[in-house]
Write a protein that binds this ligand. Structure first.
Ligand SMILES: Cc1cc2nc3c(=O)[nH]c(=O)nc-3n(C[C@H](O)[C@H](O)[C@H](O)COP(=O)(O)OP(=O)(O)OC[C@H]3O[C@@H](n4cnc5c(N)ncnc54)[C@H](O)[C@@H]3O)c2cc1C
Length: 351
């Protein structure tokens, strides 16, 4: 605890923390914008790969040693880049016939960014991926970890327990839960409280013309609006059965006054909110509210995190609840998973 001399005095520790967070979260945006300005503030065709917004600019030769615009570009790739301004509306990107040449336009969904390529890589190397199987660590020693799943016990060289904090107690059998690190982790997670996330889906008979696929709302009660026409496009029969032409999802992260509303009242409140956004917003003909009660742990002052992520030399924890400096985010989950992976790799390499 740092002391301050008056109620207005600045807490140096807080300032340091704010500085670090600004560097992590704000500085990348600044450097991206500087990059955007540099690469777009050039007339078309004046410099390979550079040019105004909303158009592709091509590099027709591989970058040479003088190329300094991007750190470590691939030397065997003919890049075409476009900075797209989606402020007023989405943009359709169409690609010309590549005439049989190798062509990559990276636009990936989140599963394709990491989990699915990872699963494919594991399987390609002879590993096995078991989905929808609950697992329990039944023993952990200096040289192995026993994992019970789907009626069988697997002897593993090492294991990473990457379950949510509220699921940890069920993932560890009593003998393992008694290990000092595990007991401390279970103690810490037992004190955690959770925040809900509500997603309100509204379906419409008419097609919607929104100015963006994702819109920030006024927080009363919805925070974000997502145009989910992609769901209708992927499931045309289900949409036709309900006579839906338009679908939006409105997301409310964390609890609030809306917690007391039932699904119908909440959907009605969200529709009123959308009419504030645009008075002509049509009346929904279908709605569904999904509330994930334990969406994230409540990141409150003084929250204690597990003291260690190593429950044993071959048994590690991973998850968004472990880093004392980060709230519950994909970032903290990925960082922690990478750390646990490195720890396990060291043990497997060196014994
Ligand atoms: C609706 C919603 C919206 C969110 N939006 C964002 C966002 O915009 N940005 C952001 O950064 N974060 C967001 N988050 C938070 C983010 O999803 C989490 O921080 C992240 O998924 C945590 O990852 P994790 O790997 O620690 O845990 P999880 O993603 O919870 O994964 C744990 C997995 O372990 C499985 N499991 C549990 N017990 C067992 C067992 N015994 N055996 C086998 N498997 C088990 C669970 O089924 C689960 O699949 C959101 C969360 C929700 C719910």
């Amino acid at each position: 605890m740092t002391t301050t001399t008056s109620s207005n005095a600045v807490d140096i520790a807080d300032l340091v923390e704010v500085g670090i967070e600004a560097y992590h979260y704000l500085y990348p945006l600044v450097t991206m914008d500087v990059t955007r300005r540099i690469t777009t503030n050039v007339p078309p065709s004046a410099k390979p790969g550079f040019g105004p917004m909303n158009a592709f600019h091509h590099m027709r030769a591989f970058p040479d040693a003088a190329f300094r615009a991007v750190v470590r570009p691939n030397f065997d790739t003919l890049y075409s880049s476009a900075w797209l301004d989606l402020t007023s509306e989405p943009m359709v990107v169409s690609a010309a016939d590549a005439d049989g040449r190798y062509f990559l336009l990276p636009m990936l969904d989140l599963s394709e960014l990491l989990p699915e390529p990872t699963a494919r890589r594991i399987e390609a190397r002879g590993g096995e991926v078991r989905l929808r199987s609950s697992a329990t660590i039944v023993a952990a020693s200096e040289d192995r970890v026993d994992v019970h799943s789907a009626g069988a016990t697997w002897r593993a060289a090492a294991a990473i327990v990457a379950v949510g904090p509220h699921q940890l107690a069920h993932a560890l059998a009593p003998g393992v839960a008694g290990l000092p690190g595990a007991a401390d982790a279970l103690d810490a997670v037992a004190a955690m409280r959770y925040e809900p996330t509500a997603t309100i889906y509204l379906g419409f008979r008419e097609r919607l013309r929104l100015r963006a696929r994702m819109l920030r709302l006024d927080d009363a009660p919805g925070q974000w609006l997502f145009d989910r026409r992609d769901v209708i496009e992927r499931a045309p029969d289900a949409a036709a059965a309900r006579a839906l032409q338009g679908l939006v999802a409105v997301v409310i992260s964390a609890g609030g006054a809306h917690d007391d509303l039932d699904a119908k009242a909440l959907a009605g409140r969200v529709h009123t909110q959308l009419k504030r956004l645009r008075p002509s917003f049509p009346v929904p003909v279908w709605s569904q509210v999904i509330v994930e009660r334990r969406s994230t742990f409540a990141c409150v002052p003084g929250l204690r995190r597990p003291a260690t992520t190593a429950l044993g030399p071959r048994l590690h924890l991973a998850g968004d609840y472990l880093d004392p400096a980060l709230p519950a985010t994909l970032e903290s989950a990925v960082a922690s998973g990478a750390g646990a992976g490195r720890a396990v790799a060291r043990v497997l390499r060196h014994g």
